[in-house]
Design a protein around this ligand. Sequence first.
Ligand SMILES: [Zn+2]
Length: 486
Amino acid sequence: MLEINLKLKKPRNPILAGLIMAVCILLAIPGQAGLARQSEPEEAYYIVQEGDSLWGIALRFRVTIDDLMGVNGISNPDQLTIGRRLLIPGLEGIQGELTTRTISFGNTLRSLSRRYQLPAETLVRLNHLTSPAEFFAGATLVLPLQNLSTPATHRSMLLPGQSLLELAVQHNSNPWSYILNNHLPGSASALPGDVFHLPGEEQTSEEGPGTLPDAITNISLNPDPLVQGKAAVIQIFGPEGLTMGGTLNGRPLHFFQDKNGSYFSLHGLHALTEPGLYPLVLTGTLPTQTAYQGASFAVSQAVYISGGNYPYDPPLTVSPETIDPAVTRPEDAQWSALAQPATPEKLWDGLFQSPAPPPFSDCFPSLFGNRRSYNGSTYDYFHTGLDFCGGVGTEILAPAAGIVIFAGPLTVRGNATMINHGWGVYSGYMHQSELRVKVGDRVEPGQVIGLVGGTGRVTGPHLHFEIWVAGVQVDPMDWLKQIFPK
Ligand SMILES: [Zn+2]
């Protein structure tokens, strides 16, 4: 490889020319070259890049830092030079420069094996896998650099009733190319719904979701990684007439098509979700009036939900009836039930504006997500909304367009309002002194919907503002700072 590269480039530098001469002379002596090959074990290595640390490299290649230092004779882990060739231990029989990529959703051990034309066993060894489930979205994929240069990015799905020959003809190919490129034991092992990869003319650097039919050109998950207490946005680029569904950690995803044609699902991640891996399942049906003939597909892959670093409030003491389950549970259920349906019309547009007028719009006595303990309980509670400053009589403004679905008195929440913004997004307002809207009203951004008060179970008057997405409360601050979906 080195030899070829050097021959291709015409050196103008005499020192470089001298070096090449030396290399060529060495290579021309058979005994020397033979000896060099024998004494040099087959090895897999990584070239240190700018910004790398030994710790980070060990983590990415799933080796211990001690093994990495030992095999490379490194005594000081802080002295790592850019361009240094680091041997990666434990990969006997695998040769060449290694690199890493982040696994995106929709790419599994099988699809990555097909895309990069590497036997699955090699990928398992390179990545020290004990289970294919370790290829979760966001995990690091180790692969030989040379396999990145010619990925088989052309995808095609075998339809029910279709033979591999028919599929091959449809894509101007032959069954053997499919069998070889996809490591199939034979044409009989090609099953309907399976997505095959071929090197194609339309190769791009864009990877695409390899386990999904080629009609699905891309998927994105935001934020990446997902965070407890935040809204997750799943965007899918697919054909007109696509029907999408699925679940995240067992809760249904609702997909809607936006005006630009892509499909969005807004999902709420509960603030008390334990950080860890959770299954994301996507199901879809391709349009009938196309070559896909209404074929359906399903893909499941784990995604990581990380912690939101919410602080722990000092233990709170409240009057016992405030947390009496006999009172709170039925009201929680009533309030939560309001926010469950995902209606198809998206009523909001752009950023949510603050529900509190200046100077209170940037004044928050309490933030979303804070862990709470009441009357000596464990920290099983969290603050479900964002509290605003502003005393009794301060106007409360609709943050975005929507339809009022609740406006009335509740025991714990006091005078409360809930607005449906569509696509499973709701906003809630509590403890008001006065309600200025009624159920069925269509509100516009900035419209006065009520006045701040101290009704319900509160220690003092304030506005408690909630945002619900797909049936759970999420951090309202995000909605005031960033446009959803995106
Ligand atoms: Zn509050």
